[in-house]
Write a protein of this length. Structure first.
Length: 145
């Protein structure tokens, strides 16, 4: 076996590993990693659950603007992004196919699968999505008898 053959054998797995790391950056589960750095985002007067809030929908409304990253002012939003209100409340919206949200600046920004970001203590960690059982007390039994 020549040295050239050995080098090729090593380069193949290395290239595959690099491609896997690059692909992982595009997957939905990487939203938590994106919160360590400031994700691309919008700032609006207010942010609140939208009509489809059960699936994680949030809307930013009023005087919306791009405040971080390269995001569209009109049309579909692709990738992870945040919506922040002027009081500091933030939601982080994850990748959902075919798009993550819709921008209609300056009126509004819609996120399709978002969760509030906790700002005290655990900065950058998303809270459980609405409707989840996390953090709820267990039901107590009846004392009637």
């Amino acid at each position: 076996m020549s040295k050239r053959t050995k080098v090729r054998g090593i380069a193949g797995p290395t290239a595959v590993g690099a491609a896997a790391v690059a692909l992982a950056a595009l997957l939905p589960g990487t939203a938590a990693a994106a919160t360590r750095e400031r994700p691309p985002g919008y700032t609006c007067d207010q942010v609140e659950p939208s009509e489809d809030h059960r699936s994680g929908g949030y809307a930013g409304t009023g005087n919306c603007e791009v405040t971080a990253g390269d995001l569209p002012e009109q049309g579909p939003i692709f990738g992870v992004f945040s919506i922040e209100d002027r009081k500091g409340a933030t939601v982080l919206c994850e990748v959902v196919r075919p798009f993550s949200g819709i921008a209609n600046l300056p009126e509004s920004v819609q996120g399709r699968h978002c969760a509030p970001v906790e700002t005290s203590g655990n900065a950058g960690e998303a809270a459980p999505p609405q409707g989840s059982d996390a953090g709820q007390a267990a039901p107590q039994g009846s004392d009637a008898g």
